[in-house]
Design a binder for this molecule. Structure first.
Ligand code: SAM
Length: 278
């Protein structure tokens, strides 16, 4: 179905953008209006109203803001991710962090903008491999994201075969099971014993304190800070750093280094920081 093109009232659109920014920290400047309207069309189709203007009037004047906001956030977040994305980060963990971990307690990892789960499951595979070299090594992995749709998808751990190409072949063989969807698409699912090691929850990074345990060994906060303004980047980096143990590591996206300004952090490699003090 093609929706009619209806000029969206600038004021209504700005109202929507400022609510989304206030709730999520995500900046939605005027030059993104075509993207915003394009993405909202998905939701408009699902609701069954004829056009964007009617939809926004329903949201703001019809008292549907509370119901619709999670759906609006879902469509306006950018969830692009990959297995082994920015792979030097996983090499750094294997080479410098995991071997230094003392036995006796589980290694705690948090993927703080986990999207559909690839980052958390990549880490689970890397840690399962490490456990072969260091028997007794235990780990727990948490993934959180503001979008409930990606959290649901992450829990399922089902990916298209095109999505798994960056996983080394021996790991694919060991940690994925292959199958097909009912309409014949080739799929891969993370095996149950590995899925059980990874927990996912919906959580907004802009509303600290977080319901997440402290004393994390490693936190990945990658490719989410770019959507925030400078003040929000600073606030989120600081709140996330509170959840690292002294000596723990924060990883940001390779394009986000300028955001890691917390005075407790010392840079150790590209976009990798060690928390030196509590
Ligand atoms: C581009 S993905 C990055 C995924 C993964 N960390 C990576 O680097 O591949 C950004 C994710 O941040 C999430 N996000 C955006 N704003 C957020 C917020 N305020 N709190 C938590 N997650 C947020 C989005 O829903 C999206 O899934």
């Amino acid at each position: 179905m093609t929706l009619p093109i209806v000029a969206v009232d600038r004021e209504l659109r700005q109202k929507l953008c400022s609510i989304v920014t206030q709730k999520t920290g995500i900046q939605l400047p005027e030059n993104k209006s075509a993207m915003i309207e394009g993405r909202l069309r998905k939701r408009i189709r699902a609701v069954g109203v004829p056009d964007i203007r009617t939809y926004l009037e329903m949201v703001f004047d019809g008292g549907h803001l509370a119901n619709e906001l999670p759906h609006i956030i879902d469509v306006l977040t950018t969830n692009k991710t990959d297995f082994f994305r920015e792979s030097p980060h996983f090499d750094f963990m294997v080479k410098h962090i995991l071997p230094a971990h003392r036995a006796g307690r589980a290694f705690r990892f948090w993927s703080a903008a986990s999207s559909t789960g690839e980052e958390a499951y990549t880490t689970a595979m890397v840690m399962a491999e490490h456990a072969k070299r260091q028997p007794g090594f235990q780990f727990s992995i948490l993934g959180t994201d503001i979008s409930s749709t990606v959290v649901t998808k992450a829990r399922q751990g089902v990916y298209s075969r095109d999505d798994i190409v960056d996983i080394p072949r021996p790991m694919q063989d060991e940690y994925l099971e292959l199958g097909h969807s009912s309409d014949g698409r080739a799929l891969a699912r993370v095996i149950k014993p590995l899925r059980e090691r990874v927990k996912f929850a919906q959580m907004n990074l802009t509303t600290a304190p977080y319901p997440v345990e402290k004393n994390m060994d490693v936190i990945f906060l990658r490719n989410v800070l770019i959507y925030f303004n400078d003040a929000m980047q600073k606030q989120v980096v600081s709140a996330v750093t509170d959840h690292l143990r002294p000596g723990g590591y924060l990883f940001v996206g390779h394009s986000e280094s300028a955001a890691a300004t917390d005075p407790r952090l010392v840079q150790k490699a590209a976009a990798v920081y060690r928390k030196e003090a509590d």
